[in-house]
Design a protein around this ligand. Structure first.
Ligand code: ADP
Ligand code: ZN
Ligand code: ZN
Length: 755
């Protein structure tokens, strides 16, 4: 009965398709609506190619379906019917549109936002023939020539050559401007064979030129076994993602190289995602050495035109390997065979703009469209990935040994409460100070890392280490200027405490510290020590990371100190000491991932020590040595940490045990925001008749007001992803109502970065 009724409804149903003829960013708004013919009802999906009658003469064109709706946007009688499916075969565009449709469904956004995410940015300087000046001399010759020009006092030519020595290929206009020379000078130098002016549209490559020859490192036993097992799974048709859990320094990169080589050997392409911060010359060079011209690199400092060029090379099959952060995931390869995500636990794999997609989930979906494989690697896998692996949804591979059986570093935990009791009020524990002295005497290097992740002025006791937490959410309260302590999950607040509720000490307050204070303290206590500092302030310009890291690796400083950005994936053989200062800061960030982040940061930081021949030592300074994330990091015990943390997530209903949906609301008028937020909460409650969901908030955002926009967050927890997605869709519809007009509403599935 029911089936028959359903079928009748289906029959009488009308469906309309929004079709685009040319998918490129400029044309996204040029879409056309067509009626779906009866025989195709229920068979069309976004991304499919269809034939449409176009214009007055009803010329047949091919287009792509973007969206399907049941309501016509305008007069039904004027809508033409689309002709049928196109037989042109699957195009990369179809795939990208399907991917966009999935992003929209999964993370919540408009189809246009989703398309803009997957399409490469528009080429701004397109077809404008750029003129470039390229140095033709070798380094040696150029230096000789430079001396010669100096001797002859030909200062205009001297300036040009010096500039080209800095950067062998430069924009014509820029070069003449910077060097302040007329066109004749360039012309003359071209006649002399020093340089060449290139007129054609040049594809801008972003890989380092002139690489030393590739040194093939023979895989060790552990690397070979894992590579073989992974490949065997590929060949056997196992489509599950692979997770490589390998301790720091176990040589995961070489496995990635082998896997990519295998895929290229099959005539397919590969994408390798790396956190931006680790995308330094060191890593990039390794891949370029192995795969040469087949590699393209993306990073955030590229111009839009340069990005576009990299994507175009992928589309045309001129490159086979795309290296880059999150967005490299959308490289338009037609025969994609492999996506590798290195340091898969990294926060930067989660987009902070709508759609707030996670690169891992998106990679798995994209791979599924083309039968590609996904390989994840980390020394500290995200709870999500390890959870999936432990349930058999991912294949798990463990590397417990460092390369050449080098020992993991020796870890000491310094209890800062104890230090205070013994009268040590400095920034350094006795253990760290001793380590630093030894390191300096032996002429070795050290890294000091100030954990500032999620640092937001939590309140703690310096006598006993107690941290004031929300009684409802088990995250730390944040101290605001007006003296209230606030929970950013549920909005609970209380006045600032004057005495520690645990031990009665008056030594309680908001914890604040910075890298600059740290630098001052180090040079005060170790006069003459050579320091490099790496934090947001010292890395503003295009090449600053590179410069600092290079300088450190060449032994130009004794200490590299900085925020979490110094702990990511770098390989400095002469570093034998790592100090983690204020290891607790991230522990008390007011979100449910605080312990995980702390464990990851400490383990990764420790992993920087003793990577060369000399053994390493690590000192973790903390007010909470007993916290399981600190203790497990000190033991380098991933399993121990994972078990504890999973228990907490299960108990509190946080991911990966449950799914979490955050609704971010912002608006210029505080009162309107409060009213809107309450209305949205009511809408969510209405969707929760069966009580299967947990709805929390609304509470103020982590930063309650940004650029005159007030911010509130609502959290919804549910055991089933499907249920939460359905709930989000209904809320999206509800959010169209009048009372939300002044508000900006965004959704975040399993948030990682807070709001
Ligand atoms: P991970 O990413 O697992 O921390 P890396 O891939 O950076 O480790 O490798 C750590 C170091 O060991 C690198 O300097 C690398 O060149 C070296 N290495 C990797 N595999 C081998 C090998 N089979 N033999 C010798 N050295 C190796
Ligand atoms: Zn106390
Ligand atoms: Zn709370």
């Amino acid at each position: 009965m029911e089936d028959a009724a359903f079928a009748r409804k289906e029959e009488s149903m009308e469906q309309y398709a929004r079709v685009i003829v040319d998918i490129s960013l400029e044309k996204l708004d040029k879409t056309f609506t067509y009626r779906v013919p009866e025989q195709l009802l229920g068979h069309l999906e976004p991304g499919m190619q269809v034939e449409i009658p176009f214009g007055k003469g009803n010329r047949l064109l091919t287009g792509y379906v973007l969206e399907l709706t049941e309501e016509a946007a305008f007069d039904r009688d004027k809508i033409k019917q689309l002709r049928g499916l196109s037989q042109k075969g699957v195009q990369i565009e179809s795939q990208l549109i399907r991917l966009a449709a999935w992003l929209r469904r999964t993370y919540g956004c408009t189809m246009n936002q989703a398309l803009k995410t997957v399409l490469p940015v528009k080429r701004q300087v397109e077809e404008k023939r750029r003129r470039q000046v390229r140095l033709l001399l070798s380094l040696e010759e150029a230096k000789k020539q430079l001396k010669e020009l100096e001797r002859k006092s030909q200062s205009a030519r001297f300036r040009v050559l010096a500039a080209l020595l800095d950067e062998p290929c430069r924009d014509y206009g820029e070069l003449t401007r910077v060097c302040q020379v007329p066109a004749q000078v360039i012309q003359k130098m071209e006649e002399m064979g020093i340089l060449k002016v290139e007129q054609e549209t040049v594809v801008r490559r972003t890989i380092p030129q002139e690489l030393p020859k590739f040194l093939q490192i023979p895989l060790n036993e552990q690397q070979r076994r894992i590579t073989e097992e992974i490949v065997a799974g590929f060949e056997a048709g196992d489509s599950r993602p692979c997770l490589i859990h390998g301790v720091t320094g176990s040589g995961k990169t070489e496995i990635y190289l082998e896997l990519i080589a295998h895929i290229l050997g099959q005539g397919r392409e590969a994408i390798l995602l790396i956190p931006e911060i680790a995308l330094t010359y060191q890593t990039v060079r390794r891949f370029c050495q192995r795969f040469g011209d087949q590699v393209a690199v993306l990073h955030s400092k590229l111009s839009q035109g340069e990005r576009h060029d990299q994507f175009e090379m992928a589309r045309k099959g001129r490159i086979k390997v795309m290296l880059g952060p999150r967005s490299a995931l959308f490289a338009p390869f037609s025969h994609l065979g492999l996506i590798i995500i290195d340091e898969e636990h990294e926060n930067s794999y989660k987009s902070e703009n709508t759609p707030r997609y996670h690169a891992r989930e998106t990679a798995v979906y994209r791979a599924g469209l083309t039968g590609a494989h996904v390989v994840l690697g980390s020394a500290t896998p995200s709870l999500e990935s390890y959870y999936r692996a432990s349930r058999g949804e991912y294949r798990l591979f463990s590397m417990k040994e460092r390369v050449k059986r080098r020992p993991l570093p020796q870890v000491t935990v310094a209890d800062m409460r104890e230090e205070l009791r013994m009268g040590n009020r400095s920034m350094f524990s006795q253990a760290l100070r001793k380590g630093m002295e030894g390191c300096l005497i032996r002429g070795e290097q050290m890294m000091l890392f100030l954990n500032r992740r999620g640092f937001a002025g939590f309140v703690s006791c310096r006598t006993c280490g107690h941290v004031i937490k929300c009684p409802h959410c088990d995250v730390s309260l944040t101290l605001h200027r007006d003296g209230r302590m606030i929970c950013h999950y549920c909005g609970h607040e209380e006045p600032q405490v004057k005495r520690c509720p645990a031990c009665g000490s008056g030594y309680v307050g908001a914890f604040r510290a910075g890298t600059q204070q740290m630098e001052e303290a180090v040079s005060r206590e170790f006069p003459g020590i050579r320091i490099l500092r790496m934090d947001a302030d010292t890395t503003r310009t295009r090449d600053s990371y590179e410069r600092i890291l290079k300088s450190f690796s060449q032994g130009e400083a004794d200490v590299l100190l900085g925020t979490q950005m110094i702990v990511k994936g770098h390989d400095f053989p002469n570093v034998t000491l790592v100090g983690a200062l204020a290891a607790d800061l991230s522990l008390h960030a007011s979100d449910y991932r605080a312990a995980e982040r702390t464990f990851q940061l400490l383990t990764q930081a420790a992993g920087r020590a003793g990577r060369g021949e000399k053994p390493g030592q690590v000192v973790i300074q903390t007010y909470s040595p007993e916290h399981y994330s600190v203790a497990a990091a000190a033991r380098q015990d991933y399993q121990g940490f994972y078990q504890q943390e999973l228990l907490y997530r299960k108990l509190m209903g946080y991911p990966p045990a449950w799914e979490l949906l955050a609704v971010y609301m912002s608006g210029p008028v505080e009162n309107a925001l409060s009213v809107g937020a309450a209305a949205l909460r009511a809408a969510a409650d209405a969707l929760n008749q069966d009580g299967q969901l947990q709805i929390i908030g609304p509470a103020d955002g982590m930063i309650a007001k940004v650029q005159d926009q007030y911010r509130k967050v609502l959290y919804i927890k549910g055991e089933q992803e499907k249920r939460l997605l359905a709930c989000r869709e209904r809320l999206e519809e509800a959010a169209q109502a009048e009372c939300f007009a002044s508000l900006h509403i965004q959704f975040d599935k399993n948030p990682m970065n807070g709001f």
